[in-house]
Every structure is written in C-alpha cells, then in structure tokens.
Design a binder for this molecule. Structure first.
Ligand SMILES: *[C@@H]1O[C@H](CO)[C@@H](O)[C@H](O)[C@H]1NC(C)=O
Ligand SMILES: *[C@@H]1O[C@H](CO)[C@@H](O)[C@H](O)[C@H]1NC(C)=O
Ligand SMILES: *[C@@H]1O[C@H](CO)[C@@H](O)[C@H](O)[C@H]1NC(C)=O
Length: 379
C-alpha cells in the first residue's frame, strides 16, 4: 500500500511538472511564432498600404486630439535664435526631481551654449495629473517651478499612458508654432540619459552635410502588436488588426530633422490619433508619407548603457536612469575631458571591451552587438 502511494505521488509530480512545462513552453512558443509571423509580414507580404486607407480621417476629426489649450506656455522660448536642437522631455507633473536632475546635467542649456557653442532648447512636455485632488496641489507647484525655470509646456489633456499620442502632438505642434527654425527636434523620456556632447557633434556633422530627411533612433523592425491583455502595451484587434507595426523608433529617444518633423506633423493631422502608443503612431504617420527611420547603434531602446569609458565615447542615449543622472554626467564629462580615445591600442582595447559588454547574450539589452564594431565617424 505505501509503495503504491509513493508511485502515485511520483506520477502526480511528473504529470504536474509536465503540465507546468507545457504551459510555459506554449508561452515561449507563442512568442516565437508571433515574432516569426510579424517578421514575415514585414519583409515578405506587405508594404503597409492598408495604413493609408485605414487610419485616414477628416481633418475635423483628427484635430480633436491636438487642439488642446496651453496651460503653461513659452511662446518666445526660441525667439530669433539659431536653435540647433529643440529637445522635448516627456515628463509627468510629479517628477520634479527628474526635471531638476536633467536641468543640472545633460539638459543644462547654459552649459551647452558655453561648452559646445550651440543653442539648444530643453522643454518639458506635460498634461494634467489624472487625480483631481493631486492635480490642484501639483498644479500650484508646477506654476512655481515654471516661474523659476521657464521650461514647462503644458496642455489641458489628462496625462496618462493612454494619452501619450496627444503629448506627441503637443511636441510636434509646438515646434511648428513657436520654434519652426530649429534644425532638429528630439523627443525623450524623463528617465533617459542623453549624451549631449556626442549628440551635438553628430547633429552638427549632419547639419553641415545636408541636415534633411533624418529620423534616427533605435529602429524596431516588424514588431508585432502585443495581444496580452495584462500588458501595458496591449492593443486590441479592433484598434490594430494586422500582424506587424510599421518600422518605428521607441519613444525613449529619437531625433527628427526640421523637414521631417513638419511633414510628419502635417500627416498626423490627417490620421486617427486614437492609436495611443505614441512611437508607433509616429511610425504610422511616417509610413503614410513614406519616410523610414534610420537605425543608430548607440541610441538605446529600453536598455541602460553599461558603465564604461569605451561606451561613453559613442553613446547617444541610455534608458532607465533616475537616481544616477549626476553620476553619469560626471563620468561622461570627465571622459570627454580625458580625450584619450584615439590611439590604435585604445581602439583595440575598446573593441574587445565592447564585445565583452554588448555581445554576450542576456548580459546587456542596451546596444546591439554590432555597436561594438561601430566607428565613431562611420554614420
Ligand atoms: C485623454 O485626455 C482627454 C482630454 O483630457 C480625456 O478626455 C481622456 O479621458 C484622456 N484619456 C485617457 C485614456 O486618459
Ligand atoms: C478612430 O479609431 C477608433 C478606434 O479604432 C474608432 O473607434 C473611431 O471611430 C475612429 N475615428 C474616426 C473619426 O474614424
Ligand atoms: C496616401 O493617400 C493620400 C491621399 O489619400 C496620397 O496622397 C498618398 O500618396 C498616399 N500615400 C501612400 C504612401 O500611398
């Protein structure tokens, strides 16, 4: 009798493990299948012509998403100056600390003017806090903050993840209205570290050669819509029935040239902006006018850059910073001051280091392995 029980117990354990494995396996498997399907769709089957047909709406319907009233504005922020870069940071009312850290590190306009010799405008894009009680308190604090720094731009939409497309339209619309001459527009999250010296050198190079037709960041090719209802990024079949999104750059940080920003904004005013994921929405608008993003290995999508001088040489953006803005800024400005990075030995050392940091699977999700072989001036 006890013998039989032991056997039964074993059997139950084995069955249970098999079930768990199967459930888990199905999930992995599903994910792979979804990606294979979406990739095939992107590369073999479709040129996304459906987007034009399905997302176009009357301008009167489209405008509803972008005609919000400004609650805080600075119409003369760009003035008559030759602004190289207008940099919008997507922030939320309560993120005072992040804004403070950005102002005193990579977003410090005075430092940029003095050390890099160019004019950059850094503004924070905001909506209204969703909670009425908090809204009133935060609104007072925001006005106070803005009196001191003059760098908040706020419209009267509810500031939620599902309203990010409205925030994108705020940024594009503000540029058209108040800063049309800025050569480049960047949009970034408020937990992104932007290596502003590298970015400025890069944009100056592009500006000298032509400065047009640029949309750059980390490019997502053939990403499938997330159908898992638990996910923050869930998108229903009704909203987007196809297998794959057009190419786009994640909203953590990307740059548009002036002409592209204008054309995308004009397109956005003819598109149904109820699609709430802002970066995918930008991809949809761009697809309608046939603009494609360019991939840059040193824009990070989701990931955080490894701490290493060989990385600071080339990084553009790194995601997921909150408390270490100051430390990062200190490290990169010190590395900048060092300028030891030209000799052959140093280059070899850096290539090996970057392979170690970026090419081992599961170790880093910031920059792709190819970034290890990316020459500083090769773009
Ligand atoms: C988006 O903002 C509008 C305008 O404030 C509001 O009516 C709507 O409820 C918001 N949507 C979400 C999902 O927060
Ligand atoms: C925009 O898309 C949403 C969701 O698919 C839909 O409910 C709405 O009717 C569309 N708006 C217009 C004006 O077509
Ligand atoms: C989309 O449609 C508009 C007019 O409906 C047309 O002008 C435009 O060329 C189309 N775009 C593409 C990429 O087919």
């Amino acid at each position: 009798m006890p013998r039989l029980k032991r056997k039964q117990l074993h059997l139950i354990i084995i069955c249970f493990s098999a079930l768990v494995l199967m459930a888990y396996w199905e999930k992995i498997d599903n994910n792979i299948v979804t990606h294979v399907m979406s990739f095939s769709y992107r590369y073999l089957l479709n040129s996304f012509t459906f987007i034009n047909a399905s997302f176009r709406v009357n301008p009167e319907d489209a405008i509803k998403y972008s005609n919000h009233r400004y609650l805080i504005n600075h119409e003369r922020k760009c003035g008559e100056k030759d602004v190289l870069l207008l940099l919008f940071v997507k922030s939320s009312s309560e993120n005072f600390e992040r804004r403070r850290a950005i102002r005193s590190t990579w977003g410090n306009e005075a430092y940029i003017e003095r050390m890099l010799g160019v004019t950059v405008r850094v503004l924070f894009a905001l909506g209204l806090h969703p909670e009425p009680e908090q809204k009133r308190r935060l609104q007072r604090q925001l006005l106070f903050e803005d009196q001191r720094y003059h760098d908040l731009i706020q419209q009267d939409f509810i500031d939620t993840f599902h309203n990010l497309t409205r925030k994108l339209l705020l940024q594009l619309g503000w540029k058209e209205a108040y800063c049309p001459r800025a050569q480049f527009l960047m949009s970034a999250d408020d937990d992104v570290f932007v290596h502003i010296p590298n970015l400025i050198h890069f944009l100056q190079g592009i500006g000298r050669s032509n400065g047009k037709n640029l949309w750059i960041g980390r490019v997502h090719h053939g990403s499938p819509p997330v159908r898992d209802k638990e996910s923050k990024y869930y998108v229903s079949q009704d909203l987007y029935p196809w297998l794959s999104y057009p190419d786009y750059t994640p909203g953590s940080g990307y740059v548009l040239s002036r002409d592209v920003a204008t054309r995308i904004y004009q397109a956005a005013l003819t598109i149904n902006a109820s699609f709430h994921i802002d970066d995918v929405f930008l991809g949809i608008c761009a697809k309608v006018i046939n603009i494609a993003p360019k991939d840059h290995a040193f824009f990070s999508g989701e990931g955080k850059a490894p701490y290493h001088p060989c990385i600071y040489n080339q990084m553009m953006t790194s995601h997921g910073h909150v408390s270490d803005f100051h430390e990062m800024w200190k490290r990169v400005t010190e590395a900048e001051a060092g300028q030891i990075s030209s000799g052959l030995i140093w280059r070899l050392y850096c290539t090996v280091t970057k392979v170690r940091l970026l090419c081992l699977p599961f170790l880093s999700n910031s920059y792709p392995c190819k970034a290890a072989f990316f020459e500083y001036d090769s773009f």
